[in-house]
Write a protein that binds this ligand. Structure first.
Ligand SMILES: Cc1cc2nc3c(=O)[nH]c(=O)nc-3n(C[C@H](O)[C@H](O)[C@H](O)COP(=O)(O)OP(=O)(O)OC[C@H]3O[C@@H](n4cnc5c(N)ncnc54)[C@H](O)[C@@H]3O)c2cc1C
Length: 336
């Protein structure tokens, strides 16, 4: 089924809670619906596919068509003693898929518990948390272009990097992700050496099991991040910058406690949250917007904020980080 609305409010479709409208809003249930939409010419430029809007900042009303997938299936395509292969529609809630894997005893997705959004966007964004990125469990991603042609991208062809994929590149802007195929393990194996997972697990009898690891991650996240249904936000606003090791070494003289992660022999990643915190931003407010008091990387809508106010605060933060550390930070959130 296809559902369409004109002059439609995007308030329920962005976790920042920005009150804007789109000229045209379309939801579709199947790949066939999307093909029909494209080939009928109903989808005029500009158009934008969205999921739950948990990584979007709307700066003004959208004067085009917003497309939202409700392709909602989970299909087991193959199973061996060690692995399962499952293809999932782009409109499935990401965390529902993680819960499904955990319930079925399949390993690989549990560290990505409670990340907001839908399966299609997860593959576009290469979502990551607690030492795992979604590319680690993706086998292939299927897209449809404006002519209604499907194309399957094996994971190697997706050009995955830190919060990056081929689907973010300019030549992909006439394609929509329709489904994602995953490979999960049936044999036990956890990634626990990241953040406070091991400590949190002590609340669950210590032994890691799939439900315990999922619950530990959910608890850590609930403790650290504001719930978008209560306080508008889009999670981490900025990406962690990757800098030359020499740059990091020189900064370390001035900031011996500066944390970092090795990227390769010549580059390190510096947590943007640490730098923003050192600039004194945690808990700061500017009218209707502010910086979360527990996590400096999260910008919040305190109520009724405009997208432009969030963007202005982000710019101020970016400038102050540059002034103090001479490092550029860039938004993870997409401005629309
Ligand atoms: C509280 C909170 C915590 C978060 N924690 C994390 C975290 O730990 N790790 C992490 O990586 N992210 C995190 N995020 C960010 C966000 O959850 C992810 O980026 C998520 O994948 C966005 O999914 P979405 O469905 O909301 O996509 P949207 O925000 O709607 O869209 C994101 C991008 O994907 C594109 N897109 C969406 N659907 C499709 C499609 N079917 N085909 C092609 N393009 C598409 C959009 O055009 C846009 O460019 C967090 C966000 C919040 C609010």
């Amino acid at each position: 089924m296809i559902q369409e609305c004109n002059n439609y409010s995007l308030l329920p479709h962005n976790t920042f809670g920005i009150d804007v409208k789109t000229a045209h809003f379309i939801e579709y249930d199947t790949e066939e619906d999307l093909r029909r939409l494209f080939t009928s010419g109903k989808v005029a430029r500009p158009w934008l596919p969205i999921g739950s809007g948990s990584n979007l900042l709307f700066l003004k009303d959208y004067e085009g068509t917003i497309l939202h997938s409700r392709i909602n299936y989970l299909k087991l395509t193959d199973e061996t003693k060690e692995k399962v292969h499952i293809c999932v529609g782009s409109g499935v809630e990401w965390d529902d898929f993680v819960a499904y894997c955990v319930q079925h005893g399949w390993y690989g997705a549990e560290n990505l518990s409670l990340i907001p959004g839908e399966v299609g966007a997860a593959a576009v964004q290469n979502i990551g948390a607690y030492g795992v990125e979604v590319k680690d469990i993706i086998e292939s991603v299927t897209t449809m272009d404006v002519q209604g042609n499907e194309q399957v991208y094996a994971v190697e062809a997706c050009h995955y990097g830190y919060r990056h994929s081929i689907f973010k590149e300019i030549e992909m802007q006439n394609k929509i992700v329709t489904s994602v195929c995953f490979c999960l393990r049936k044999t036990e194996g956890f990634t626990l050496n990241y953040g406070t997972i091991r400590e949190e697990l002590k609340n669950y009898s210590g032994e890691p099991t799939l439900p315990n690891v999922r619950q530990a991650i959910i608890d850590i996240r609930k403790n650290k991040l504001p719930d978008p249904s209560v306080v508008g936000n889009a999670g981490s606003f900025f990406m962690n910058p990757v800098v030359d090791r020499t740059k990091y070494e020189s900064l370390k003289n001035d900031y011996p406690d500066m944390p970092y992660y090795n990227v390769d022999e010549t580059r390190v990643k510096i947590p943007a949250a640490w730098m923003i915190d050192r600039c004194g931003w945690k808990g700061q407010t500017r009218g209707a917007v502010g910086v979360h008091d527990k996590q400096a990387l999260v910008l919040i809508n305190k109520g009724g904020a405009k997208g432009s106010e969030v963007a202005a605060l982000a710019e101020e933060i970016k400038l102050s980080v540059f002034q103090q550390f001479k490092i550029d930070i860039f938004p993870e959130v997409k401005f629309v």
